[in-house]
Ligand binder design. Sequence first.
Ligand code: C2E
Ligand code: CA
Ligand code: CA
Length: 774
Amino acid sequence: MALAAAICAIGVYASFAISHHAARAKGGNRTLWSLVSIISSGCTAWATHFIILLAFNPGMPSAFEPVLTAASLASAIVGIGAGVLMSINARQIWAHFLAGLVLGLGITTLHYVGQAAYLVEGYVSWNLRLVIPSIIISLPLSGLGMVAAASRSQALRRCAAPLLLASIAILHFCGMAAMSLHFDPSRSFPSTAVSPAAITPVVAGISLALIALALLGWRFDLAAIARLRQDRRRLRELADVALEGLLICQSDVIVAANSSIEQLAGYDPGMLAGVALNALFPTMDFSKLPEREEREIDLVMRTSRPVPVRVLRCELALGHKMQTVIAVRDQRERLRTEAKIRQLAFNDSLTGLSNRSSYVDRLRQLSCEQIPFALLSIDLDRFKAVNDQFGHLVGDQVLAQVGDRLRSLVGPKDLVARVGGDEFAIILIGDASATRSCEVGRQINRKLAEPFTAGSVIAYCGASVGIVLPSVEAATVGELRQRADLALYRAKIEGRGTICLFDPEMDTASRDRRALEGDLRKAIFDGQITLAYQPVVSAVTGAITSVEALARWTHPVKGPIPPDIFISLAEECGLIETLGTGLLRVACRDATRWPENLRVAVNLSPLQFQAGNLSETVERVLTETGLVPNRLQLEVTEGLVIRDVDRTFAELERLRALGIQILMDDFGVGYSSLSYFERFPFDKVKIDKSFVDKIVTSRASRAIVQAVVGLGGSLGMGVVAEGVETEEQMRALVGAGCTYLQGFLFSKPVNANDIDSIVSLGQKYCDSNVDRAA
Ligand code: C2E
Ligand code: CA
Ligand code: CA
């Protein structure tokens, strides 16, 4: 039994090894080795059977019938060969089953014909009640075995061998049990019978042949394995040169990997072999990925960090074996480049904030999706001065720091954008409530008022903020931005470093303003803007020493418009130079009619200094009108001086050089700085009306007036008090030492003709009042 089992095992191995070799071979070789494999499997079955028969001791002389013996061997070979052939060509389950039946039939024939070839001195009787069931059970089992062998499922394929074995075992043991031997010395063997001693060498010879075949098959296997290894090694060598990661897999397990993928996945060289594919790609089923189709997925590194990659699968024959090769391309660089491109397209390169176009896109998207948001429009207050004074490099650094500070004030959901040179915008998305919006606005005021350090330079900017809160009423993106700008504009008017919330009235106001702008343009070109003159009297003599020219506009529908309003409107829409020069010409021409000791004062807007040719313009007007330069006074405000200090002072110097007097107007409000008096010798200084108003009631005001008078005395400047309305005020001002007085108490602004008559009355228009005060 042991010998039979051993020969059986060796024969089965030989048959399989040779059949694998046949599968790898081509053409005639393939047919030859296939035949050898089939014959060897037939011989294995036959030899196993006959070794057992030879070992069987029936207790009486036995012999073998040679023809039946040969027939049993032939039937085994034919049956197995036919079964295998049918199975190879079979496409459907039933065809595999049929192949199994044929194979089973071959074995059954081998068995029972072999039994029939066994002769004893007596007779053999068969128990058909065992024989028939043994055939009926074993044949279908063999059929099922072949069906299982051809199955796609690995679990079913594993059942094939046990099924076939069960089929053979049932046949064999039932067959043996069904046979009874009866001793009968009267019976003798036929003359052709062969003794067991004669058949033994045949069985031994076949067995030896099987052993030889097994050795041959083993050699074939070793060679095939060596070739597979060599192919894989060559592929790996080739693959290591590739930048792409390459994995060679046997079903779901990695058998080889190149160095690129080892590095990418963070494994030591050689460590990936034997690793399951889903350790690297847990989300991917490669068997479902069509060949040569790229997919973007995450590769999980050894550190379990994901890496974005692109994968591609292809099937490749390696050493006669189909293997799956997976190419893996690292996508990090590409994604980084894409992100960089996106960054460049949608972000401001200086500050890293969103740029104007992505800001507008975002606004559009939020409006579309009806997500509530607040809009903050931010403008730096003194950025131009910083840029002019320290240069663009410092300016850029300040802007970058502004970006950082703004970002630090909002949450990750909110958007901060740089929408223009020194204009920024914030969209509050997370919490767009009024409370938070105003809080953020105030924080911006505070944060941007802090000094900026750029190298050795310390710069101060500050910012104004306009805020638009989410409202139920729908508005286009353009309207929203306009509202934010309106609120910002209002914040700037109200004083730098403030916030202002948009309210719908502003919208109306701005519409009115735009309408007025058109009317103003027309009025300027049609000469509808006229001048009124307000006398300024000497506090000592009561004589009128000068008149201040004040612009007047009577709108055909709206009536008189205050100069504060139309002057600032003219400043905004770029009309101030035309208007200012026109008024200067009128004032100079009117003044030529008046006595030589009466001066005329003309107000100048800070913007008139920006053109850079003010002194030439003034000189030209003086020549045109023939007014002596020392009869002209120009009133400038402190606000002017702050913009562009050096240029302004240079322009003032040129004007003074012409012989014109320069007055500092509205002193005490705005950006008073005594250092201006050090840099430029103003001829007169006008104390603002707000101090005059309080001079009787407020000691502080009185003290300030006195201080200005003291300053004027020591610097040789005349001091004018404007807006004097009461005698009490006049007495206090004269007492304090003011040299000139102007106000309704003496005269309201009057037209040029009235000045003519006042002048002809002898210029003592107000002396009685002054005398009384004195
Ligand atoms: P300002 O230069 O400070 O002019 C003095 C203003 O005070 C004038 O107002 C004048 O009418 C007013 N005033 C004079 N005395 C009294 C008084 O006793 N009581 C009161 N309540 N007011 C008095 P007005 O004419 O409305 O001008 C306002 C401002 O408009 C001027 O302030 C000046 O800044 C600007 N402005 C007027 N005309 C011109 C101009 O031709 N060019 C420029 N650039 N600005 C002008
Ligand atoms: Ca003035
Ligand atoms: Ca004034």
